[in-house]
Design a protein around this ligand. Structure first.
Ligand code: PLP
Length: 414
């Protein structure tokens, strides 16, 4: 097989309107959330798009999860259950809040396995974070039922799932809080970094907003500048500065405007092409889940290989495809508990907080050397991910399909 010289279009690519719109705050000097109007406009648009009561924009998907965890009042002494199979930021946000992440295995749909949650719940558990990985929507009813039984919050880390729908509701509005990332590779980016927190509960929303903004007095509600005029002392609780800039918000507004009529429909069209070309093919065990109840947002297109039929594994196929000029990605971090930060308790400061603070942690919960998420681990050698960027054309997808099928066929042994 010959290496293709085809040039795949780049992602991200910004809406033309943004190139002119971002000049205005630079000229007016109203470049920050509190002096300009665009931050609030982006939040209102995003809340309306999601069907949420409130949206709180922020600097990243990581700060979004940190805000969500802290906005729910979770901190030192608490445990939060997270899938081991996700980007490190999900569990790091729990640590940043001073709580202990407890890792749960996933199903072969790449999302948290509700059947494995209950044995992980302890007297310290306060929440479950689900991750709609690759755009695959979690089995939310099962998770919500367990959370209700044990009085736990549910956070939906939707960094990879903007536009996903669970039983008619946008992801992020099924649990107590939903979080999103607008980092460079995501469904869209607000200029490199960015994030959003959404909720259908206004009290939680205001606590999140305060945490994003130096912990101002949430009872006084929104306008920090007039609050500061009113009193010298308006900071009631600890908080951060996790605000998005006006330039980022302008880019976000323009990307959200074309999300449902350009970005998402292209992803759906390309997912359908992959589905039709690859379903039932020898060497493939499963394609990404997409049902009427769990509508996939197709950030990427993960394929699980059937290694019984192949003479190589996912890594072998990935390397060969890359040598042939085809963009393809490996599995996304199935076993976070194997990271040295967890194994060696490399937490904050010499106290290694929170891992080794006896008053806040049960030693067994922080012993990551005994954790084993077998399904997630088993997916490492079997999973590869194809792309479906909205800037691509059908021809780009056809080339990926063609090469993938040929490489797979070459390695099929029975
Ligand atoms: C599932 C998940 N959660 C959280 C994040 C963190 O987002 P950010 O990179 O914007 O901080 C990411 C980013 O890749 C992610 O994939």
């Amino acid at each position: 097989m010959e290496r293709t010289e085809h040039k795949f279009p780049a992602w991200p690519q910004f809406c033309e309107q943004s190139y002119t719109d971002i000049i205005e705050p630079l000229r007016s000097g109203k470049v920050n959330y509190w002096t300009g109007k665009k931050g609030k406009e982006f939040e209102e648009m995003f809340a309306a798009y999601s069907g949420a009561k409130m949206a709180v924009s922020c600097t990243s998907g990581t700060s979004a999860v940190h805000i969500a965890v802290s906005g729910l009042g979770i901190g030192p002494g608490d445990e939060v259950i997270v899938p081991s199979y996700t980007f490190i930021a999900t569990s790091f946000a729990v640590l940043q809040a001073g709580a202990i992440p407890v890792f749960c295995d996933t199903s072969t749909d790449h999302t948290i396995d509700p059947a494995k949650l209950e044995p992980l719940i302890s007297k310290r558990t306060k929440a479950i974070i689900v991750v709609h990985l690759y755009g695959v929507v979690c089995d939310m009813d099962a998770v919500m039922a367990i959370a209700a039984r044990h009085n736990l919050y549910v956070i939906e880390d939707s960094a990879q799932c903007l536009g996903g729908i669970y039983k008619g509701k946008k992801v992020g509005t099924v649990g107590d809080v939903g979080t999103f990332s607008f980092c460079q590779s995501k469904h869209f980016t607000t200029g490199g970094e960015g994030g959003m927190v959404i909720t259908t509960n206004e009290e939680i929303g205001w606590r999140c907003r305060a945490f994003r903004d130096h912990g101002f007095d949430v009872k006084k509600r929104f306008d920090l500048l007039s609050l500061e005029e009113e009193s010298d002392y308006v900071h009631n609780s600890v908080g951060y500065n996790y605000r998005m800039t006006e330039i980022q918000s302008i880019i976000g507004i323009n990307e959200l405007k074309r999300f449902e009529n350009w970005n998402l429909p292209n992803r759906f069209r390309y997912a359908k092409m992959y589905d039709e070309a690859l379903s039932g093919m020898k060497g493939i065990e499963s394609l990404p889940l997409n049902t009427a109840e769990r509508q996939n947002a197709y950030w990427e297109y993960p394929v699980i290989l059937d290694l019984n039929c192949l003479d190589t594994d996912a890594n072998g196929i990935i390397m060969e495809l890359r040598d042939l000029g085809i963009p393809v990605f490996k599995i996304q971090w199935p076993e976070a508990y194997k990271e040295r930060v967890y194994r060696e308790h490399n937490g904050f400061g010499s106290a290694r907080f929170p891992f080794e603070s006896k008053e806040y942690t049960d030693a067994s919960a922080a012993d990551y050397t005994t954790v084993s998420c077998e399904v997630a681990a088993s997916l490492r050698s079997r999973t590869l991910s194809l792309y479906l960027h909205p800037t691509w054309e059908e021809e780009d997808i056809r080339i990926c399909i063609d090469y993938f099928k040929k490489v797979l066929a070459k390695h099929t042994i029975r």
